[in-house]
Design a protein around this ligand. Structure first.
Ligand code: HEM
Length: 484
C-alpha cells in the first residue's frame, strides 16, 4: 500500500512522529554542544587558574575581541602594567598565549630552556596557510622527519637551525664585515646623490648584503626586481605575524575556518600562494650553487643536501630565510635611525663629532673604528631599543613539554611571544651598569665613564622593580638608555 493511500490520520501521525524526532535530535545536538562548550570552558578556566595572570577569557573566543584594531603592542603594554608580572596570559580563542614582559623571563625560557622552547606553536595563518611546515620559522620539533619518514624524531628543527647557523651564526657573521663596510660606503654615496630616496637606498643596502651572503650576488640598484619581490613578501608576512581580531588573523581564533576550500572562503584570499616564493628562492639558490664565482651560503646548503637529505623546498626556505629575516628588518631599522636623527639633532651632532675625531674628515667609519666610538655604539643600540623592528619579539616559540616558571604553569605547545615593546621600556634596565641617556638629546647624564671593555648582559642584572617610565602616548618623554 502506497503512502498516499494511507488514511489521513496515519499520515498526520507519521509526520508528527518525524517532527518529534527532528526536534529531539536538535535538542540532543544542542545539549551535546552545550556540554562540550561547558567542558571546554572549564578546561580554559582551570588552565587560567594555573597560568600567568591576564584578562578573563570568554568561552570559544577567549580575549581575541579585546584586541585593538591596530598596533596591539600598546594594548599589551597596558595589560603588562596592570598585571605587573614578568609574563601574562592572553587567550586567542581557546588557546592561551604567554607574553614575556621582561628580559629575565625571556632569557630564562628562550635561552636557558632553549632545549624545550625552541619549537614553534601551531600557526594557522603564518604557518599552515603561509610558509608551511618546511621552514625554520614555523617548524615544530619533530615535524621534518615525520614528513620524510613518517616517524617522529626530535632532530629536524635542529638540522635547519644548524645549517642556518653555519651561514649566519654569531661567529660566522663576523666574516661578513668587509661586505658590510663596502656596502655602507656605497650607501653614503647614494645618500649624497639622492637624499630624498633614503628609504630606497636602505632597502637596496640591506637586500644587497643579505643577497651577497646567501647567493653571492650583489644588488646594485634599488630598481632590481628582487627588492620589490622581497619587500612585498616581507611586508605581507609581517602583517600575518601580528595578532588581530579581523581576517585573516581571526583564523587563529577559529582554526576551522582555515579548512574551508579557497573558492568558498574569501577570508583566505591572498594566502596559500607559497609556490611563488619557493620557486623564486630555489632558483636563486641553484644559480648561486651552479654559477656564482663567489662563496655563498646557498652553495654550503647544496653541499649538505645529501648528508641531511634536504629537498628543494628546504633549500629554498633555508636560503630564502636570510632575505626574509635580514632585509626588511635591517632597512626598517635604518629608517628608524633617520627618525631618531630628526628627533634628536643634538645627539647627531655629538655622534658626528665622535666620527670626525676617530675617522678624520676624509674616510668612512668601519667596524674597526667602533671600539673607539662608544657614543655612536650607544646611539646604534638605542635605535634598536627605542623602536625595535621585532616589536613583538619575532616568531613565537612553544615548549615541547609542560613547564613551570615562577610557580605558573605553561602547558606544552603554548604560544610564547616576546613582549619586546614593553620589555625594552622598563626602568630596571636603566640601573646598574647601564648608561642612562636622555631621550631629548641622547646626552649621557650618568657620570659613569663609558668603558666598553666592561660589557654586561641583561643576565647579570638582579634588580627587578617594574616601574614604567612612559605614558600611554608614543612620545619618548622617558629616559633612553644603552646597554654597554
Ligand atoms: C635589525 C636587524 C634584525 C633584527 C631586529 C632581527 C631580529 C630577529 C629576531 C627577534 C629573531 C627571532 C629569534 C627567535 O625566534 O628566537 C630573529 C631570527 C632570525 N634572524 Fe634576525 N634580525 C635582524 C637581522 C637579521 C639579519 C641581517 C639576518 C641574516 C642575514 C637575520 C637572520 C635571522 C634568522 C635566520 C633567524 C631565525 C633564527 C632561528 O630561528 O634559529 N636577522 N631575528
Amino acid at each position: 500500500m502506497s503512502h498516499d493511500s494511507l488514511p489521513l490520520y496515519i499520515q498526520a501521525k507519521d509526520l508528527l512522529l518525524q517532527k518529534d524526532s527532528l526536534i529531539s535530535l536538535a535538542y540532543a545536538s544542542l545539549t551535546i554542544a552545550l556540554l562540550v562548550l561547558i567542558v571546554d570552558y572549564a578546561r580554559m578556566l582551570n588552565l587560567r587558574r594555573k597560568m600567568p595572570p591576564g584578562p578573563f577569557p570568554l568561552p570559544i573566543v577567549g580575549n581575541t575581541f579585546f584586541l585593538p584594531d591596530t598596533k596591539p603592542w600598546f594594548y599589551f603594554e597596558k595589560l603588562s602594567r596592570k598585571y605587573n608580572a614578568p609574563m601574562i596570559t592572553f587567550w586567542i580563542g581557546r588557546n592561551p598565549t604567554v607574553w614575556l614582559n621582561d628580559a629575565w623571563a625571556a632569557s630564562e625560557l628562550l635561552d636557558k630552556r632553549a632545549g624545550i622552547y625552541s619549537s614553534r606553536p601551531r600557526m594557522v595563518v603564518f604557518g599552515e596557510l603561509g610558509s608551511g611546515d618546511w621552514n625554520l620559522v614555523t617548524m615544530k620539533y619533530g615535524e621534518r622527519w615525520y614528513h620524510l619518514t613518517k616517524r617522529q624524531c626530535t632532530d629536524d628543527r635542529r638540522v635547519h637551525r644548524k645549517i642556518t647557523h653555519l651561514g649566519v651564526g654569531t661567529q660566522q657573521v663576523r666574516s661578513y664585515r668587509t661586505i658590510q663596510n663596502n656596502e655602507s660606503k656605497l650607501i653614503a654615496l647614494s645618500l649624497l646623490d639622492e637624499p630624498t630616496r633614503f628609504e630606497k637606498h636602505f632597502e637596496r643596502y640591506a637586500a644587497s648584503v643579505v643577497s651577497i651572503i646567501a647567493y653571492g650576488r650583489r644588488i646594485p640598484s634599488y630598481l632590481d626586481p628582487i627588492i620589490t619581490e622581497v619587500i612585498a613578501v616581507m611586508q605581507f608576512a609581517a602583517e600575518l605575524n601580528v595578532p588581530g581580531k579581523t581576517f585573516p588573523m581571526l583564523m587563529e581564533t577559529f582554526p576551522i575556518l582555515a579548512k574551508f576550500p579557497n573558492w568558498m572562503a574569501p577570508w583566505k584570499r591572498g594566502l596559500g600562494g607559497r609556490r611563488r616564493g619557493k620557486d623564486f628562492f630555489f632558483s636563486l639558490a641553484k644559480e648561486a650553487n651552479d654559477e656564482s664565482p663567489n662563496d655563498n651560503f646557498a652553495r654550503q646548503i647544496f653541499d649538505l643536501k645529501e648528508k641531511y637529505d634536504l629537498d628543494d623546498r628546504e633549500i629554498s626556505a633555508i636560503s630564502g630565510n636570510l632575505f626574509g629575516a635580514g632585509s626588511d628588518t635591517s632597512s626598517s631599522t635604518l629608517v628608524t635611525m633617520v627618525l631618531a636623527c630628526v628627533m634628536f639633532p643634538d645627539a647627531v651632532k655629538r655622534a658626528q663629532k665622535e666620527i670626525d675625531e676617530v675617522v678624520g674628515l676624509d674616510g668612512s667609519p668601519d667596524f674597526d673604528d667602533l671600539l673607539n666610538m662608544p657614543y655612536v655604539e650607544a646611539f646604534v643600540k638605542e635605535v634598536f631599543r627605542w623602536r625595535s623592528v621585532a616589536i613583538i619579539g619575532g616568531q613565537p616559540h612553544a615548549p615541547i613539554q609542560d613547564d613551570h616558571y615562577n610557580g605558573w604553569f605553561i602547558p606544552k605547545n603554548t604560544w610564547v611571544q616576546g613582549n619586546l615593546w614593553y620589555s625594552l621600556r622598563q626602568s630596571q634596565l636603566t640601573s646598574g651598569p647601564y648608561i642612562v641617556i636622555l631621550a631629548i638629546s641622547l646626552i649621557q647624564i650618568d657620570s659613569t665613564p663609558i668603558d666598553i671593555s666592561k660589557k654586561t648582559s641583561c643576565r647579570t642584572q638582579t634588580k627587578r622593580d617594574i616601574t614604567p617610565l612612559v605614558g600611554d602616548d608614543e612620545v619618548p618623554s622617558f629616559p633612553l638608555y644603552a646597554e654597554l
